[in-house]
Design a protein around this ligand. Sequence first.
Ligand SMILES: *Cc1c(COP(=O)(O)O)cnc(C)c1O
Length: 305
Amino acid sequence: MTLPPSPPTGLHEGGCAFADGAYVPLSEAKVSLFDWGFTRSDATYDVASTWEGAFFRLDTHMDRFFASLEKMRMSIPYSREALRAILHGCVRASGLKDCYVAMVCTRGVPPKGARDPRLAENRFYAYALPYVWIAPPDKQREGIDLHISERVRIAPESVDPTVKNYHWIDLVQSLFDAYDRGRDTSCVVDAQGNVAEGPGFNVFIVKDGEVRTADRGVLEGVSRRTVIELCGKLGLPLRVAPLPVAEVRAADEVFLSSTGGGVLPIAKLDGVPLPRFPGPVTQRLHDAYWALRKEPAYRDEVDYG
Ligand SMILES: *Cc1c(COP(=O)(O)O)cnc(C)c1O
């Protein structure tokens, strides 16, 4: 597929999408009512971000996206370098320095009456919006109260959680559980009662100096991977293993990891204050995460012309 030329900076000020092979304003970015991405959540996506005008670990996000496409038996008509150019193009056209940058592939619209997914032509979309926080910095300072929804259980044997997907009904139901109880956000557990993840983030705890996160049943977040690598760099003991709810409730510190905010400290679990907030280990990882984003080796600069 031939790529349109790189759009001028600010062509679609404040947000730009790439749909049907062209850069368009967000208001023109539309999906067909008959796309299985809509009717069956038959889609995969990835979300990268830019901060101060540079992507962070874009290659890692693209690797995950291409791996997800393969697992979903989907394909896009663009090479890796073309995909990179499109994502850079969306950011450049938006004129934004701090962006939420999505790449999406849907199953597409099958021929009339067909029920065979092999017959649908997969569709590719991308867009750049102003950066989205799981919780904004003032809310993080004030203290996020996390609800552990033990009603909502996800099973890795069902929808593969390592494929970033739109099967968000479980996660959205857990958010309602949280709001009904006056909490700020939520996470869900697996069938064995281990804490899995939340709507758009992985969960970490710190207990007796050891950093812990779930080993399976979760999306392997790029921020999760960054935290794991930072533990090595900072010499922090790390254990990647199941996280039983009781051990999470007994943690010294809890934090979330996400492209939407990096390392986000948790103040309370279901209204119960954690012993340490903001915890010293969380603070170190938070600072190290944002320092890493400033390192030239981790900055893929957007050319704003
Ligand atoms: C995107 C996402 C994450 C976090 O992944 P990052 O690559 O760190 O942003 C975790 N869990 C779910 C369900 C997600 O959709």
